[in-house]
Design a protein around this ligand. Structure first.
Ligand code: AMP
Length: 187
């Protein structure tokens, strides 16, 4: 099963994605985690990505599309993937479609986790204090939320038109949200 997690930064995609991936038995792939690891190792990918990430901007599509093609082609991904943090643009969504289609697969479900902006800002500011992520400064948080609205929110329509979009309310505790997700997926 191939699942895309949509939802703005702070919506709980990472947490819910990990729980759901475990439950279904597919790997969770997070482009954010892959990029942070590349930055900390100082690889060429990390050097290209870092300044965009620190400013709360998206890393350019050509870089991310290469990464998407690589991860969706891995043997571990052959039975499905939980896509966390990608696709984030229409060009990336088309790249995901192409990579899956080449293997006779398609995106089965897209979970759109909905959380009000004020709550997102509160959660992200809390995470900044706990984890010290360099893109959790107030300025970068505002930028990331704006970028989500401009570049990623259009994917709601893209997947909605295809009938694979599942809306989930992302407020409440972790177990409640996980139960809502299981219910919309019928698992
Ligand atoms: P995340 O952990 O998913 O919130 O990602 C952290 C940062 O990594 C984002 O603010 C972007 O700068 C970058 N990033 C992660 N995934 C993508 C993607 N699919 N496209 C572009 N940039 C990304």
């Amino acid at each position: 099963m191939d699942i895309v997690l949509l939802g703005p930064p702070g919506s709980g995609k990472g947490t819910q994605g990990a729980l759901l991936a475990d439950r279904i038995g597919i790997p969770r792939v997070s482009t954010g985690d892959l990029l942070r690891s590349a930055v900390s190792r100082g690889t060429a990918l990390g050097r290209r990505a870092q300044s965009c990430m620190d400013q709360g901007l998206l890393v350019p599509d050509d870089v991310i599309i290469g990464l998407i093609e690589e991860v969706l082609g891995l043997a571990e991904a052959a039975n499905g993937v939980m896509m966390d943090g990608f696709p984030r643009t229409l060009a990336q969504a088309e790249a995901v479609d192409r990579a899956l289609e080449a293997q006779g697969r398609r995106v089965d479900h897209v979970l759109n986790i909905d959380v009000p902006d004020r709550e997102l800002f509160r959660r992200l500011s809390g995470r900044a204090r706990e984890q010290g992520r360099s893109d959790d400064t107030p300025e970068a948080i505002r930028k990331r939320l704006a970028v989500y609205g401009e570049q990623t929110a259009p994917l709601v329509q893209y997947y909605g038109d295809r009938g694979v979009l599942r809306e989930v309310r992302g407020t409440g505790n972790i177990d409640t949200i996980a139960a809502r997700i299981a219910a919309v997926l019928g698992i």
